[in-house]
Write a protein that binds this ligand. Structure first.
Ligand SMILES: Cc1cc2nc3c(=O)[nH]c(=O)nc-3n(C[C@H](O)[C@H](O)[C@H](O)COP(=O)(O)O)c2cc1C
Length: 451
């Protein structure tokens, strides 16, 4: 997915009971292509024109269609949307919906969310030509635009469902997308926290495609001691690494999780090794890697460590304090340098190595990091971006591989990111095995050679 004009935004798409409701599926796709996370609301009439399934599958959020339904976690769906959406776009908006909205009648989820929000609202009406020119509709539209400050994307002229030709066709979808972009332009993202946003549809469960694979995963932040009570740490909570471990276990892998400081529950299955420092992590990796098929290095390892940690608490009485730091080794690059034959486990092929790069303010340096470390996959994210990085339940990452492929994924849960990474690891392991088998064959038996 390309970097879009709505990246990181939550857009609530309200669909009402018009013949053109089917176009809202394409509108959802266009908004998503602009990088938006989209949640869909249907009026009860809209559900007679279009079912929720396509919307839920494409948006990865459950569809809200009953204003009296609560979310599974007890929250009120239309209030969650009202409070977290960066904009609400109602397309198509029926004459009935415009009237209800103009009068504040919150009998359906779309009106209720629009009434409860402080986000900008974009409305794209669609109806029969006479309905559009009726004084009731004209004054309702004027009220929405002039009194409520809504953006109205006027319908266009053309053939209508009634068989007549006139003004009433839903505006072209790119014009509606542009209006949404303009409405949110310059405003800060309202709710980056996944917890405050609408729930997501669970990721499609993966097959047990990692059975028999031994995967080492590191998680959390290392702590480099200054003295017995103080340390240099980082903001990693371990959520991403633990999500990878959970996902790998669910897919049948034998997991060794090397956990530095983490703030989340560790998986009860899997072999957990606790470490504190970069040096401890290095030792644990040295023990675990000879048998590993793959390493996913999600831990945030300190780049520097105090050269001479004190074995007694440093007193303030001495005045100021200058710490001398030495760089820690690049653990992933070290393992990559061992290359093929580093393992005496299942085959002596080199393990598949996955690194993470937490950047701030863009990912320009990521391709060079992948090359310099000599690894197979690099998962890069901009931790300064809303919804990505430390402590969040979501992440928006770009996966780069040795072959130069760059896969920019949309904002998604860390569990889904974990599965996307493991999809690539599973494929790379299969390719590695196939290559090893081919290499072991008599040359005449190799693919492409005559027998
Ligand atoms: C086939 C069909 C097509 C319709 N298309 C429209 C339409 O394009 N615009 C409109 O305002 N009403 C249209 N209506 C009428 C609405 O569905 C009706 O007013 C309904 O109550 C709207 O409810 P809602 O605004 O809560 O979705 C249509 C009705 C039918 C049967």
């Amino acid at each position: 997915m390309r970097e879009g004009r709505l990246s990181g935004r939550l857009i609530a798409l309200g669909v009402t009971g018009s013949i053109s409701a089917y176009k809202a599926v394409e509108l959802l796709r266009l908004l998503t292509a602009e990088g938006a996370d989209v949640v869909v609301m249907l009026s009860p009439s809209a559900t007679r024109f279009v079912g929720p399934l396509s919307f839920a599958a494409l948006s990865r959020h459950p569809v809200e269609s009953d204003v009296l339904d609560l979310l599974p976690d007890g929250r009120i769906g239309h209030i969650v949307i009202a409070d977290s959406a960066d904009a609400i776009v109602v397309a198509p908006a029926t004459a009935h919906w415009l009237a209800a909205m103009a009068n504040g009648l919150s009998g359906d989820v779309v009106t209720a969310a629009a009434l409860a929000t402080s986000a900008p609202v974009v409305v794209a009406p669609a109806m029969d030509g006479d309905m559009w020119t009726h004084p009731a509709t004209v004054s309702n539209v004027a009220r929405l635009r002039d009194d409520f400050g809504y953006t109205v994307v006027a319908p266009e002229s053309g053939p209508l469902a009634s068989g007549q030709t006139g003004v009433g066709r839903l505006a072209e979808l790119p014009a509606i997308v542009d209006a949404v972009v303009a409405a949110v332009g310059g405003r800060p993202i309202r709710q980056a926290s996944a917890a405050a946003r609408p729930p997501v549809v669970d990721a499609a469960p993966r097959d047990a495609d990692l059975v028999g694979r031994r995967i080492v995963i590191t998680a959390g932040g290392t702590r480099e001691p200054i003295d017995p009570v103080r340390y240099i740490g980082n903001r990693s909570t371990g959520k991403m690494g633990v999500a990878v471990a959970d996902a790998a276990i669910a897919r049948g892998a034998a997991v060794t999780l090397i956990a530095a400081a983490v703030e989340v529950a560790l998986p009860p299955e899997g072999h957990v090794v606790r470490v504190e420092t970069a040096a401890g992590l290095r030792e644990a990796l040295r023990d675990a890697m000879p048998l590993a098929d793959a390493l996913v290095m999600a831990a945030a390892v300190a780049d520097f460590t105090p050269m001479a940690p004190s074995d007694r608490k440093i007193s303030r009485a001495g005045g100021g304090l200058t710490l001398e730091l030495s760089p820690t080794p690049d653990l992933l690059a070290e393992i990559a340098a061992l290359g093929a034959g580093s393992g005496d486990g299942p085959g002596t092929a080199a393990p598949i190595l996955v690194g993470f790069a937490a950047e701030t303010g863009g990912l320009e340096r990521a391709p060079e990091k992948l090359r310099a470390k000599g690894i197979d996959l690099l998962v890069a994210n901009d931790v300064s971006e809303a919804g990505s990085g430390f402590g969040t339940d979501t992440n928006r990452v770009t996966i780069l591989d040795r072959g130069g492929t760059v896969d920019a994924l949309p904002l998604m849960t860390k569990r889904e990111v974990a599965d996307r990474i493991l999809d690539r690891v599973a494929r790379a392991l299969d390719a590695r095995d196939a290559a090893a088998q081919t290499a072991g064959m008599h040359p005449d038996m190799q693919e492409g050679r005559p027998a």
